[in-house]
Structure formats: C-alpha cells, structure tokens
Design a protein around this ligand. Structure first.
Ligand code: G
Ligand code: G
Ligand code: MN
Ligand code: NA
Length: 253
C-alpha cells in the first residue's frame, strides 16, 4: 500500500518517464513510428516494470491520471521533436491504453492532448490489447469508432493471446495487428504457424502488422518473408529516452 501512495506521488510529480522504441518498415527498413513505454524508477527499489505498476494503477484508481500523463507527455515530445528536427522527426507515436481507459472520455482526452500540442491526429496511434476489447465489446467498439473518426490510428496489441472472435474483429475500425512476441519467439524453434496465420489474416482484412519482440536478424528475415508490414524489437532498437530518440533519428531516420 505504501507503493500505491508512492505511485500516486510519482504520477502527480510527473516522475513517470517515457522511453520510445522505433518501429521499422520491412519494405525499406526505415523507422515509421515509435512506441511510447512508461517507466518508473523508485527511489529505493530502482526501476519498476509497467507490467507491475500499470496493474497497480488500475487496481487503485490511478490509471486515469497515469493514462493522461502518458498521452500528454507523448504529444509534448512529438511537438518538441518537430521543432528540433522538422521533417526528420518521428512520424508517429503509438500510445498504450489500459482497458480501464477505454471509456467514453478517451476520444476527447486524445483530441485535447493533440490540440494542446498542436499536432495532427494522424501522429498518434492507440494500442489496445485484445483482452481490453473483450471486456465490454459494445462500448469498446463505440470508442474505437469515435477515435477513428477523429483520424487517430488504432492497433490491437498482443494479438493472438486473447479470445476475440474474428467475426467481432472484422467489424472494428482498426488499422493494425501487433503480432504478440510469444509467436515471434517461437520462430526460433521452427514454429511459423501462428505468426504466419496472423499476418495472413491481417492481410486478408487489409490491416497492417507489427511483429513485436524481434530479437534476432533471423526472426526479422523470416517475418519479412511471411509478409509482416513492420518490425519492432531489441535486435533493431532498444527503447530510448526522448533526446536519445532524437539523436538516433537524426542519424538513422
Ligand atoms: O516496456 P515493457 O516491456 O516493460 O512493458 C510491459 C508492459 O507494460 C507491456 O504490456 C506494455 O504494453 C505495458 N505498458 C508500457 N507502457 C505503458 C503505458 O504507458 N500504458 C499502459 N497502459 N501500458 C503500458
Ligand atoms: O505489450 P507491449 O507490446 O506493449 O509491450 C511492449 C514491451 O515489450 C516494452 O516494454 C518493451 O520493453 C518490450 N520489448 C520491446 N522489444 C522487445 C524484444 O525484442 N524482446 C522482448 N522480450 N521484449 C521487448
Ligand atoms: Mn504495446
Ligand atoms: Na504487445
């Protein structure tokens, strides 16, 4: 419970920082976006994973504040990159959204963050996990349609690990499926079935794919062969700070 109080303080003080991990086109190898990833460094315990503090925030009523902070800071950073780098700035940022943020307020919150920082809506992509969508499919669907209407792109995160029906998926206005990293890891053991099926499914629905957790050049080559649109993972680039990302794009973008 002390950790909850400390997390509340960290959110209020803006002590949650963001790292950015590039996402690459398989067509020409160029970085097309970054995913924004929340980080919390606790004074005594050191770094605490978002796999720990995001669920903690969800359980303790802090997720709304954390979500707003992540959204606002990502937009602020995009605007700063634009000022510093012009055309060389990261084209887009993907923002992870918790199941509990997926309510009627989200479209307005996204619109306000974009407007506050003078950004076009095409600069943001919202990542929603498959399981978040299935909590309340009807209301999720409504929120997604509003976001799409505003021009915000939508990606389904960790795709293949949840239980969304394909019939339901077909009627969602999403742009992209993120192939869960467990299916990318399997490639090393000769199992291409799931990654291959998800990529083929996405193509038949006219959706792009990001293969996540690409840790070796062999995986990158195989995923490219299978027709993935984009790649993300440690073998291509680690998540970097905002200024690190600017320096990296200045040489690589
Ligand atoms: O970056 P890392 O692999 O440690 O992230 C662990 C988990 O935390 C992943 O599932 C990731 O999607 C999630 N995560 C990271 N940043 C955010 C965030 O800003 N908001 C939400 N809701 N989840 C995040
Ligand atoms: O669930 P989500 O896809 O949002 O999780 C993103 C998390 O995946 C980030 O926290 C990031 O640190 C982590 N990540 C990024 N690249 C790799 C990778 O190549 N391997 C593994 N194991 N994790 C990765
Ligand atoms: Mn994600
Ligand atoms: Na994922």
């Amino acid at each position: 419970l002390r950790l909850v109080a400390e997390l509340r303080d960290a959110i209020e003080r803006g002590d949650i920082t963001l790292l950015y991990q590039p996402i690459f086109s398989t067509r020409d190898g160029r970085p097309v976006a970054v995913e924004s990833l929340a980080r919390w460094t606790h004074a005594e315990r050191g770094p605490i994973s978002p796999a720990v503090f995001v669920p903690l925030a969800e359980e303790s009523g802090l997720i709304a504040g954390l979500g707003l902070l992540v959204l606002d800071e990502t937009c602020r950073q995009l605007a700063e990159w634009d000022r510093l780098m012009g055309d060389g700035a990261p084209p887009r940022a993907n923002v992870n959204v918790s199941a509990l943020q997926l309510d009627a307020n989200l479209p307005a919150q996204v619109a306000e963050a974009l407007q506050r920082h003078g950004l076009h809506s095409s600069r943001i992509s919202i990542e929603i996990t498959e399981s978040a969508l299935m909590k309340d499919p009807d209301s999720a669907r409504l929120v997604l349609f509003q976001l799409r209407e505003q021009g915000v792109e939508l990606a389904i995160d960790d795709f293949g690990t949840g239980y969304s029906s394909l019939a339901y998926l077909r009627h969602l206005p999403v742009n992209c499926l993120k192939v869960d990293r467990s299916f990318v890891a399997e490639l090393a053991h000769g199992h291409t079935e799931i990654a291959s099926a998800v990529i083929a499914l996405a193509r038949s629905l006219n959706l792009s794919t990001v293969a996540e957790g690409v840790e070796t050049p062999e995986q990158a080559a195989e995923l490219t062969r299978l027709g993935a649109t984009y790649l993300q993972g440690f073998s291509l680039s680690q998540p970097m700070t905002g200024s690190g990302t600017a320096a990296w794009f200045a040489t690589r973008g």
